[in-house]
Design a protein. Structure first.
Length: 163
């Protein structure tokens, strides 16, 4: 019987699993191996520069947005000396309550306020927006009658702003 037995090699035919090519083998040089892995996983000098550029651009964008927010929220929104004090309320009926308050704003500035009436479960049962004309007085007493859907148990100024 002529032929090649199991585990024997012929000079003309070498099988892939018989080859000794692995990362530590002399047949595969270190530079060739590194280049092959870099190509396989997309690690190129151009890609590294592109990634660094994107990271720097994103960081600059975050800083610009944060700075714009600080300017808008902190520096641009002055309250012009606006403050409010709730003085009291008077329930006139099941569908009407008068809210008494004091509003202080720098002289010469208009103000708008939202007045609300709440029921015993703290639900809003009445709401009214009022406008205070510009005046030379800083503090003004304001009484606002608010129509309600059910009987209110308290009334107050929810918010005031300078338009």
């Amino acid at each position: 019987m002529s032929g090649v037995g199991r585990g024997q090699h012929t000079a003309s035919r070498e099988l892939p699993w018989d080859q000794d090519i692995h990362p530590g083998s002399p047949e595969l040089s270190e530079q060739h191996h590194t280049a092959t892995l870099d190509d396989r996983y997309g690690r190129t000098p151009g890609r590294a520069r592109r990634s660094r550029f994107i990271a720097i651009t994103a960081a600059i964008a975050v800083v610009v947005v944060f700075a714009a927010w600080v300017i808008w929220a902190g520096l641009d929104q002055s309250d012009r000396g606006l403050s409010t004090d709730d003085v009291g309320y008077q329930v006139l009926s099941a569908h009407s309550t008068v809210v008494h308050s004091q509003v202080s704003v720098d002289p010469g500035n208009r103000a708008k306020c939202a007045v609300q009436v709440l029921d015993k479960s703290y639900s809003i049962v009445g709401w009214k927006e009022i406008t205070l004309a510009a005046s030379e007085q800083r503090t003004r007493s304001v009484s606002t009658e608010v129509t309600t859907t059910t009987r209110g148990v308290t009334g107050l100024i929810h918010d005031c702003w300078v338009p």
